[in-house]
Design a protein around this ligand. Structure first.
Ligand code: ARG
Length: 405
């Protein structure tokens, strides 16, 4: 391969992406490795991460503040889609990848780089998401994946890095692999690889244990406009503040932990622990408001397409024609998803206790059992006669046939 002059690397500050820097220079012969770190609200000290990339030999080290687009264009789209992969995982990690890919591509174009690179390994979903997103956005760019090619053990990787200015992890090495951002934390590996072993309390950082959660329940109200959450307890909040507030409220009451076996894109099952308090709370509330404001047939159709949407996003197809078409459908359904939902947070639960909307399809004098009932009771009989006709005819035909035999 003709050696490349300039490559933009997606940089997290972890061992693998740090070792990618000298590795790309030495083994791939690349002159300029430009590190790009994304701020997704993970709370890391980004100035330190920036410096770490320079120490490892990066020719430039950039930090992109992506928190706002992450929440506005990715998290909120997922809330509108009620996206839960395999019915449970709200895609907190998966949603970040297409955004990071998008930024990598735009930095590469701006700086005239011939390739981008990432430090994902060969067994995970994130490599799929990066590669597919970059391929859709910039088919002309090469994607270099050193950590997928090198055959180094963990120890060898650390030793390789130490030779070139990448310090070994300082703290006693945690057995877990953790990905985090403002939407939540994904925890795997170590003792969790045995699916029967309960997660120890130390893996959690955003949610209280049931034991430590307040004894008193707390009722909150989440307001929505056109499917987007806009307020908590009547106070209007911008999207990022709203997610932060939802994280704090749900987290304090121990809501938002998930322990599941999931099916990865590469075909293996893996055990994952998630904590996504705010996102899960907002999806619950949003689903509830849709039950009040969407017609039965739209709801049923949407539920099926939500599964499709979650699969696409999990599997790395954020930038794809089907995903775009589904967004078009979802956007249309959200016009009348306005109103608010009341939720009781208590000891790991988020119970829906009320909902209201100016665009509600709930008609009280249709639903009521009281005297102001407007429902035409006489029509029920004729309706049921015709609705049940096919099964009665089917039964009759069987009976006749049995009589003949
Ligand atoms: N399995 C999750 C996903 O594919 C999260 C993986 C994140 N990585 C980690 N080190 N836990 O979205």
């Amino acid at each position: 391969m003709k050696s490349l002059n300039k490559v933009v690397l997606a940089y997290s500050g972890g061992v693998d992406t740090s070792v990618c820097i000298p590795y790309l220079k030495n083994e791939y012969g690349i002159e300029n490795v430009i590190a790009f770190a994304a701020d997704l609200g993970q709370g890391d000290e980004l100035a330190l991460i920036r410096q770490k990339a320079l120490d490892a030999g990066a020719s430039e080290s950039l930090v992109g503040d992506l928190i706002k687009p992450f929440i506005e264009n990715f998290a909120f789209q997922a809330i509108r889609a009620n996206a839960l992969y395999e019915g449970r995982y709200p895609l907190s990690t998966a949603l970040a990848r297409p955004l990071i890919a998008e930024s990598l591509v735009s930095v590469a174009r701006e700086l005239g780089a011939e390739a981008v690179a990432h430090g994902c390994t060969a067994k995970g979903n994130d490599q799929v998401r990066f590669d597919l997103a970059i391929g859709s956005l910039a088919p002309e760019l090469k994607v270099l994946t050193p950590a997928r090619q090198w055959a180094m053990s963990r120890e060898e990787t650390i030793a390789y890095g130490e030779k070139y200015g990448v310090s070994a992890p300082v703290s006693k090495k945690s057995p877990y692999s953790i990905d985090l951002n403002l939407l939540g934390r994904s925890i795997e590996a170590g003792p969790l690889e045995d699916p029967f072993v309960a997660p120890s309390e130390e893996v959690f950082a955003m949610t209280a244990s049931i034991k430590d959660a307040p004894d008193e329940p707390q009722d909150i109200e989440i307001g929505f406009e056109s499917g987007n959450p806009v307020s908590i307890d009547g106070i209007a909040l911008d999207p990022v503040s709203l997610i932060r507030k939802a994280n704090l409220l749900a987290g304090k009451h121990g809501f938002g932990r998930i322990d599941m076996i999931e099916n990865r894109v590469v075909g293996i099952k893996s055990r994952e622990i998630y904590e996504t308090p705010g996102l899960l709370l907002l999806i619950r509330a949003h689903q509830e408001l849709e039950s009040l404001t969407l017609s039965a047939d739209v709801l049923r159709t949407k539920v099926k397409l939500e599964m499709e949407w979650a699969d696409l996003v999990y599997q790395g197809l954020w930038f794809s024609p089907l995903k775009e078409a589904l967004d078009g459908f979802f956007d249309r359904t959200q016009i009348d998803v306005n109103g608010s939902v009341k939720i009781r947070l208590h000891k790991g639960n988020a119970m829906i206790i009320g909902r209201k909307s100016n665009t509600s399809l709930y008609i009280e004098n249709m639903a009521t059992y009281g005297s102001d009932d407007n429902f035409n009771h006489k029509s029920a009989e004729g309706f049921i006669y015709i609705w049940g006709l096919p099964s009665r005819l089917w039964s009759l035909a069987k009976l006749r046939k049995n009589l003949k035999n």
